[in-house]
Design a binder for this molecule. Structure first.
Ligand SMILES: [Zn+2]
Length: 144
C-alpha cells in the first residue's frame, strides 16, 4: 500500500484510481512547526486520484485535531480541522487559465509529487490565519 511520504507520479496515479489513506503526524510537517505549539495529535487523511472531464484530479480530505498558539496569549488552542479540496493537475501555468473554477490547480511540472506535501499545503490553508481563544476568559493574559 502506498504511503503518504512516497513520491509518486500523480498523472499515473489518477489513471489508476489510486487512493492513499494515512495518519499524518504533525511533527512530520516542518512548515507547520511555526504555527503549531505541540505537534501532538495527528490528522487522518484520504487522498484520492481520479480522472473526470478529461482531467487528472485529486480530492484531499483531512480531519483531526491540532494544537495552535493563541495569537493573543500564546496559550494552547485545540482546534479541529476538517477540510476537503478538489485539485486538478496542470503541467504549466498556461494550463491554469483554462481550468474551470471548481478545481484548485496543482502545478506538477516533472510528473513527481510527494503526497505528504499536498496534505501539508492543505492543512496550512485550513488553519486559521490568526487563531485566538474564542472565549476571552481562556486567554491567560486576560485572566492575569
Ligand atoms: Zn488566548
Amino acid at each position: 500500500m502506498l504511503q503518504l511520504t512516497e513520491i509518486i507520479d500523480p498523472w499515473n496515479a489518477a489513471e489508476q484510481n489510486t487512493i492513499i489513506t494515512g495518519n499524518c503526524e504533525l511533527s512530520q510537517l516542518p512548515r507547520l512547526s511555526g504555527m503549531v505549539i505541540e505537534p501532538t495529535g495527528n490528522v487522518q487523511c484520504k487522498v484520492r486520484f481520479f480522472q473526470e472531464n478529461y482531467r487528472h484530479c485529486i480530492t484531499v480530505q483531512i480531519w483531526g485535531t491540532v494544537h495552535v498558539a493563541c495569537q493573543r496569549c500564546l496559550g494552547l488552542i485545540e482546534t479541529s480541522l476538517k477540510t476537503e479540496v478538489l485539485l486538478a493537475l496542470v503541467a504549466n501555468y498556461a494550463a491554469m487559465d483554462t481550468l474551470p473554477n471548481i478545481y484548485e490547480p496543482l502545478i506538477v511540472m516533472d510528473r513527481k509529487i510527494k503526497v505528504l506535501n499536498i496534505v501539508e499545503d492543505e492543512i496550512l490553508l485550513a488553519l486559521p490565519d490568526f487563531p485566538v481563544h474564542e472565549i476571552d476568559k481562556d486567554c491567560v493574559i486576560i485572566n492575569n
